[in-house]
Design a protein around this ligand. Structure first.
Ligand code: RB5
Length: 148
């Protein structure tokens, strides 16, 4: 899978570890930055990864900031993005199965690297179930349409 990854300064070290892990799993990782620990602004990376996802440049995205909250809020401003912040694997799995999430976010100040890897595994290994959930995801798209 081709995965876009983005982070702010707080999450730089965890981004490197998760990138390495994804590559070990055989994924192709596109790193949209930030590329060091100098202070930066998380909306930049939320937007750039979200755009790559909706344009189909990558199959899905992973975003990391201090909490995962700010960067996911930014990503969710892009039409077609369903970014979720998960601090445990169960929600990550269901966010794919029920909500067809296309970006996973988590916080470098919230989860350790081993838990982050479990969350990533759970999300990547889950599949969207469609069916009754499809109608609800469609309702979310309609909210976007009304904003245009
Ligand atoms: C940066 O200090 C911090 O606000 C950011 O990493 C993130 O937690 C925002 O949601």
């Amino acid at each position: 899978m081709k995965i876009g990854i983005g982070n702010d300064h707080v999450a730089y070290a965890l981004k490197l570890e998760i990138t390495e892990y994804l590559k070990e799993l055989g994924h192709d990782v596109v790193d949209f930055g930030h590329h060091n620990q100098e202070r930066t602004d998380y909306p930049i990376y939320g937007e750039v990864v979200a755009n790559a996802v909706v344009k189909g440049e990558v199959d899905c995205g992973i975003l990391i900031c201090g909490t995962g909250v700010g960067i996911s809020i930014a990503a969710n401003k892009v039409n077609g993005i369903r970014a979720v912040v998960c601090s445990e694997p169960y929600s990550a799995m269901l966010s794919k199965q029920h909500n067809n999430s296309n970006i996973l976010a988590f916080g470098a100040r919230v989860v350790g690297s081993e838990l982050a890897k479990m969350i990533v595994d759970s999300w990547l290994n889950a599949s969207y179930e469609g069916d009754r959930h499809g109608r609800r995801v469609e309702m979310i798209k309609q909210i976007e349409e009304k904003q245009k």
